[in-house]
Design a protein around this ligand. Structure first.
Ligand code: SF4
Ligand code: SF4
Length: 345
């Protein structure tokens, strides 16, 4: 069922939805960006049409709603503990197709992976429904078409926003009452068919090629460039690593909470073990690990898609202007060079 809504009607629908759902969408936070005079766009609860940033990509991804950068997992006193609680209300998230596809990747990692399901993820995710926001084409860091994440049918609602309102599609009948008495109009969502940026995905099936790639000099370039800040992984739509930290409330060290906090494989010491042993002790080693995880290892484990959804947020947030798309294209060229050297082209 399709509808055409002016701004006032969008606000009426949102007000009705907000009675039953916490509604999240990209929202602008003025002057909270990287520099003192820049804004940041991140997911937050929205109340009206004016709150929704639909024409620009958010700086941070949907995962911040489902797995916040930090959250209490339990509270403790000297002799007991209490688990934190999940959200009471169902959640509706307005998200672009790449962001919805990123949640399929996250679900593979958090649910049933190695026989274990992450309770803190699952208790939020089971309450989430998606409203797909049509994407107008993204920006010069997007490559969703190369990654096949430009389309999705995993949504209960779809919207095409314009300055004057929105076209809406309802695919889940339970949402029809929120649109009662709204003017009907046929609407089928459109998807991005081409990005300005194209990425050539390297074929890394051959273990001999992977071993040669591991020792390729391209990774050493990152030793002088990547500052190991981890900003790329915090902004990444699909990264899932976290650590835990105890926060003590006052003088008594036995009263406080244990928090789960986002961690990054790009930060020095991430893989440090007993005896100061590290597997990836340079920025280049860590970059290789991240890139191969996104463009080989995840798919080798889970089968159906690469981990990267081509959202480009890591490129956008990197203070050293390191581009994931340029890096992957370099890997593609390095693999071609390795195969040529092996006489396998
Ligand atoms: S690696 Fe970069 S482009 Fe790929 S999903 Fe993560 S942030 Fe997006
Ligand atoms: S690639 Fe960029 S954002 Fe990521 S750790 Fe290195 S410098 Fe930081």
């Amino acid at each position: 069922m399709g509808y055409t809504l002016n701004v006032e009607q969008v606000n009426t629908v949102l007000a009705a939805l907000r009675k039953d759902y916490a509604v999240y969408a990209p929202k602008r936070f003025p002057k909270q960006g990287r520099y003192s005079d820049t804004d940041v766009i991140r997911y937050a609860e929205v109340e009206t049409f004016a709150d929704i940033v639909w024409g620009e990509k958010s700086d941070y991804p949907v995962k911040e709603v489902i797995t916040p950068i930090q959250q209490a997992i339990f509270y403790f006193t000297e002799d007991e503990y209490r688990e934190s609680k999940g959200p009471k209300k169902p959640i509706l998230i307005l998200a672009r197709p790449c962001d919805i596809n990123a949640q399929h990747v996250q679900a593979k990692i958090y649910v049933g992976n190695g026989g274990y399901t992450d309770l803190y993820y699952e208790r939020v995710r089971e309450k989430v429904r998606f409203a797909m926001m049509e994407c107008g084409g993204g920006d010069d860091t997007c490559f969703c078409v190369s990654m096949g994440t430009n389309r999705t049918d995993d949504y209960s609602l779809a919207f095409r926003f314009t300055p004057g309102g929105a076209l809406a599609q309802v695919t889940d009948e339970s949402f029809l009452p929120y649109f009662a008495e709204m003017p009907e109009e046929d609407y089928t969502p459109a998807f991005v068919e081409e990005n300005e940026l194209k990425v050539e995905i390297p074929d890394l099936e051959d273990p001999t090629v992977r071993q040669a790639l591991k020792n390729h000099p391209m990774w050493k370039e990152f030793n002088g460039r990547c500052i190991s800040c981890g900003a790329c992984t915090v902004a990444c739509s699909t990264c899932t690593c976290f650590t835990t930290r105890d926060v003590i409330y006052g003088d008594n060290p036995e009263v406080g909470e244990r928090r789960r906090v986002t961690a990054s494989c790009q930060i020095e010491g991430f893989d440090q073990m007993a005896g100061q042993r590290e597997f990836r002790s340079t920025a280049g080693d860590r970059m290789r690990y991240k890139v191969l995880h996104k463009f080989h290892d995840y798919k080798a484990r889970f089968g159906d898609s690469h981990m990267c959804v081509g959202c480009g947020r890591c490129t956008h947030r990197c203070p050293e202007l390191i581009s994931i798309s340029a890096t992957v294209n370099k890997v593609h060229a390095a693999v071609a060079e390795i195969k040529a050297g092996m006489g396998a082209v």
